[in-house]
Structures are given as C-alpha cells and as structure tokens.
Design a protein around this ligand. Structure first.
Ligand code: NI
Length: 138
C-alpha cells in the first residue's frame, strides 16, 4: 500500500505591534545591559511577518491540504486580530509575566494555532526584522 502524498502549505500573515524587552527579575541596569535599547521604557514597534505551515495529505476531493478559506479566518481570529496594533507586554495576557521576545512570541503563536482543525500545524516562523526570524515546530 502506498503512503498518501504528504505536502506542506505555508501562508504569510502580517501584523504590527510594540513591545519592551524587560524582565522584572533583573534590575533596570541589568535589563539595559541585557536588552540594550530594546529595553527602552516606552517600548518600540515591529512589523512582524508570520509564516504558518500546515501539512497533511491532499484531500482527493478538493485537491488541497487545507482550505485557505478556513486557515485565514482562523489565524485572523487567533493571532492577527488580538495582536495587531497592540502593546504586547500589557495587552496580551500571556506576556504579563513572560518577556515578549520574538522567541516567546513565536511559541505563543504556535500555541494559539495548534488547534487548527483542518490540517496539522507543522511550524510557525516569525520574522521580526529582515535580519531576525525565529521558528518553532512544537
Ligand atoms: Ni523589538
């Protein structure tokens, strides 16, 4: 018996948000040493790009892994809508006690998208700037 053909689908989304890299575990001076200007008390913004990869067999009826008509509103509802134009440190409950580095942001986005019902979530990649990106696959 042949294995079903397995492919992945990657879709890009974008949102803008601000954050401050600052941990209450460290003193102001330690925070400045550790995070540099990213620890500026008034925060700073990024235009984030999120790549969401889902995988699974091709549905023989539709010829697709997952319908973008289902994926787009799911990502929109779980991530883009709650995160866009927000101050992550204060407006996202998960970052009240967790420093919103892009590493942690990537993990949180993965956690929020894990329950996508129509295909398996394979990977989330978050690009913070054209020089930095982070990837999490669970
Ligand atoms: Ni930053």
């Amino acid at each position: 018996m042949s294995h079903p053909l397995k492919l992945t689908l990657t879709r890009c989304y974008r949102f803008s948000a601000s954050h401050r890299l600052h941990s209450p575990r460290f003193t102001e001076e330690q925070n400045r040493d550790l995070y540099g200007k990213c620890s500026n008390p008034y925060g700073h913004g990024h235009n984030y790009t999120v790549e969401v990869t889902v995988g699974g067999p091709i549905d023989p009826e539709t010829g697709m892994i997952a319908n973008l008509g289902e994926l787009d509103p799911f990502v929109e509802r779980e991530v883009i809508e709650p995160f866009d134009q927000k101050y992550l440190n204060e407006e996202i409950p998960e970052f009240q006690d967790v420093v919103p580095t892009t590493e942690n942001l990537c993990r949180e986005i993965y956690r929020r998208l894990k329950s996508f019902p129509a295909a398996r979530l394979e990977r989330v990649r978050v690009e913070e700037t054209s020089n930095n990106s982070f990837e999490y696959g669970g």
